[in-house]
Design a protein around this ligand. Structure first.
Ligand code: GCB
Length: 594
């Protein structure tokens, strides 16, 4: 499914703005059959949870309803009319007037419905979108809904970020021709000074295909005809980390010599490879610096916001970082486009987080509670099917982004229990089948060191999240340094694969200070990161460091979280803590060195 765009043959109407909004409290019956009886309005895009003061909305478990009227532009007669939802977290259902037109599971990927037969050019229709926030043992991510004795439903889950829900990304009304470009796949290579662009186009209907590759100055640099082919660009400008260059592949569907559809696909010419213990971009060793992020901000929750997009990337640039991971779900497409445009490298992760019954809220079982359950006890074929769908959806959506250099198929799953290898092996195979050009990884949890983890053998790159000096050796940075180095050397010896520390960090309350190694202070965070950096610099197969987290973010409530997770290097409103300045010094120097 292609991202909707305005072209000479396609139009786009944003359906963002205020929609009528109601929580399904059991009294709302078939809201799509008429107007929602509500005084509430909610903005799209935004998570709904933090908008209202009523706790029964914030803590609601189940369906909510969004509704608005939409007018189809009068010029769209004869065109296909599409409703496109960039994300409905976690389960969406779309009605045009009384008719159900789409249903979608999975909260972070787009879906669409062709509603042509139900609407008329120039006329209005009622668009209703239901969104269910429930996570169950078979959803990705998983969760449990418990109905209390007083009838209240409550939601628990094993991941460490608040279960924001609703329409957090854009909704569109799009037109496209009946015969149209349905999909484009681009794979690039480098042959000396020549850029090689391998393209494949899927067309809906009967049409010929023509493509032209245009450079940033608007000049045509290559062209071809046919649904697939190879374009060669002499003296190609490569897409480089920190120095993006984007070509545009203009794809045309042609019937009897006339262009019936036109779709522009961004192309960055670059290669990615793993070579022994090194990670190569365009044949040169690449060292990742940056963060695990979240889509998270006050009031809008996970709602996409272009101002935060620009500001976050400004801070990434300011601090000298070159990359981030889309922990722990696919981010809005606007984010991926921006990373393409600004040369920021992305590890692209599915929403498979919390597949680990030995962890509660991101914290290892040392706190008791979540416990001793095995992987097999719950994560079965239904979960694996959902997981497959998430991998397919992510790669289908993001396969053409030059910024994406690796797929992460899960964060911190249980990989120590029996059966986890048979669960994961086919998922790695699927990702490689769908995209043979990028390395595939998963993110390993601290409880699965080299001699215990059953899944690392399938990964091209070892991505590790470690909390020595925090959950383990808390307050003792001398022990933390020793234990971290010991473990990394163990991985290096056993696998020799490139390693990235995809999470390390300490909760820090901005404004807390101490001259001693006092957890929660700004000094401790900076000092702990420094311990890790000393170790990284001694271990040869380390190819990257991504601090947890870019910014403080909201989580579910619990005694180990102070109004959310405070491991941000920036506060939730993006003010730097002391660690930000220390990182800036290190990463700016590294940029020059590597
Ligand atoms: C982790 C998780 C992340 C948590 C983090 C923490 O290992 O991957 O989602 O937020 O630890 O702060 O505990």
């Amino acid at each position: 499914m292609l991202t909707p765009k305005i072209t000479a043959t396609r139009e786009l109407v944003s359906l963002n703005g205020l929609w009528d909004f109601a929580v399904d409290d059991g009294k709302v019956t078939a809201p799509w059959t008429g107007r929602l009886g509500t005084r509430l309005q909610a903005p799209v895009p935004a998570s709904y949870n933090d908008l209202f003061t009523d706790p029964s909305i914030r803590d609601h478990v189940g369906w909510v309803w969004y509704q608005r009227t939409v007018r189809v532009p009068r010029g769209w007669a004869g065109e296909r009319v599409i409703v496109r939802v960039d994300a409905a977290t976690h389960h969406g259902v779309v009605y045009v007037n009384d008719q159900k037109v789409a249903e979608h599971e999975g909260g972070y990927l787009p879906f669409e419905a062709d509603v042509t037969d139900l609407v008329d050019a120039g006329a209005e229709f009622r668009l209703t979108i239901g969104v269910d926030n429930r996570l169950t043992p078979d959803t990705i991510p998983p969760g449990t809904v418990t109905v209390r004795s007083d009838g209240r439903a409550t939601q628990t889950y094993m991941h460490d970020f608040y279960n924001y829900a609703g329409l957090a990304r854009s909704v569109w009304l799009a037109s496209r021709p009946a015969v149209h470009v349905a999909d484009v796949t681009v794979v690039t290579d480098i042959d000396g000074a020549t850029g090689v662009v391998d393209y494949r186009v899927a067309v809906e209907g009967d049409a010929d295909v023509r493509v032209r590759l245009i450079d940033e100055d608007g000049r045509e640099v290559a062209a071809s005809a046919g649904a697939s082919g190879v374009l060669r660009v002499a003296d190609a400008h490569l897409w480089q980390p920190g120095a993006a260059y984007l070509y545009r592949l203009d794809v045309e569907a042609v019937v009897d010599g006339a262009v019936v559809d036109e779709y522009p696909q961004t192309v960055g010419i670059r290669t990615v490879a793993v070579d022994g213990g090194r990670f190569l971009i365009n044949g040169a060793p690449f060292y990742f610096t940056g963060f695990g992020k979240h889509e998270d901000s006050a009031v809008r929750g996970k709602g996409h916001d272009d101002a935060y997009l620009v500001h976050d990337f400004q801070l990434i640039e300011w601090i000298g970082a070159n990359s981030f991971r889309t922990s722990h779900y696919p981010y809005a497409e606007e984010v991926m486009d921006f990373a393409d445009r600004h040369g920021i490298v992305v590890i692209d992760e599915t929403a498979a987080v919390g597949l680990n019954k030995k962890i509660g809220g991101g914290i290892a079982d040392m706190l008791g509670g979540a416990g001793d359950k095995d992987f097999a006890d719950g994560f079965g074929p239904a979960m694996q099917d959902a997981h497959r769908r998430e991998i397919r959806g992510l790669i289908a959506r993001d396969k053409n982004h030059p910024c994406v250099v690796m797929w992460s198929i899960a964060n911190e799953p249980d990989t120590m229990s029996e059966g986890t290898d048979t669960y994961f092996e086919p998922l790695f195979a699927l990702a490689r089948e769908l995209d043979p050009t990028r390395p595939v990884t998963f993110v390993n949890v601290m409880m699965a060191p080299p001699n215990v983890c059953r899944v690392s053998k399938f990964a091209d790159v070892l991505c590790l999240n470690r909390y020595y000096g925090w959950y383990v050796d808390g307050g003792d940075l001398v022990a933390a340094e020793e234990h971290l180095e010991q473990e990394l050397r163990g991985w290096e010896q056993m696998y020799g694969k490139p390693m990235i520390m995809t999470e390390y960090g300490a909760d820090t309350i901005a404004g807390y200070h101490s001259v001693w190694d006092q957890p929660w202070t700004e000094e401790y965070q900076a000092k702990m990161l420094d311990v890790y950096h000393r170790v990284f610099d001694r271990v040869e197969t380390m190819v990257g460091e991504q601090v947890w987290n870019f910014a403080d973010f909201q989580t579910s409530s619990g005694f180990f979280r102070v109004d959310g997770n405070k491991k941000g290097v920036f506060t939730r409103d993006r003010k730097p803590k002391a660690a930000a300045h220390a990182l800036r010094a290190r990463w700016t120097a590294l940029k020059g060195a590597r």
